[in-house]
Design a protein around this ligand. Structure first.
Ligand SMILES: [Cu+2]
Length: 125
């Protein structure tokens, strides 16, 4: 009788141990997934947004890694452009965007072609 109870206890312990390892392994594969996510997040880290609002670029001066795509979005009712010696946007009406990928290191100053007092820069390192 006590031997049967002992065997039942051992069987239960065995089931719990197996269950623990199955659970532990499934958790390990779960923790494996987040390590894949940073690689998937890298492309998004290589894109930066600049808002055009209140007749200014925000942020006006940014520093990005080589290969970063910068997207300017006009949030003003007034039309603006993004003009430099290496890139020129079309006229951006409210809600429209312009993007440029910076593959060359250096500092690129730009202005709005319609409002020359609006200034910004992108430093690529
Ligand atoms: Cu403007």
């Amino acid at each position: 009788m006590t031997r049967n109870v002992l065997l039942a206890s051992l069987a239960l312990a065995l089931v719990l141990i197996i269950g623990y390892f199955v659970f532990f392994r499934s958790n390990q594969s779960d923790t494996g997934n987040p390590s894949q996510n940073p690689a998937e997040e890298n492309p998004s880290q290589n894109s930066v947004g600049v808002s055009i609002s209140n007749f200014s670029f925000a942020p006006s001066n940014i520093t990005v890694e080589q290969g970063t795509k910068v997207t300017w979005t006009n949030n003003d009712q007034a039309a603006h452009t993004v003009d430099s010696t290496v890139f020129n946007s079309p006229t951006l009406n409210q809600g429209q965007s312009f993007e440029y990928t910076f593959n060359t290191k250096g500092t690129f100053d730009y202005t709005c072609g319609i409002h020359p007092n609006m200034k910004g820069s992108v430093t690529v390192r």
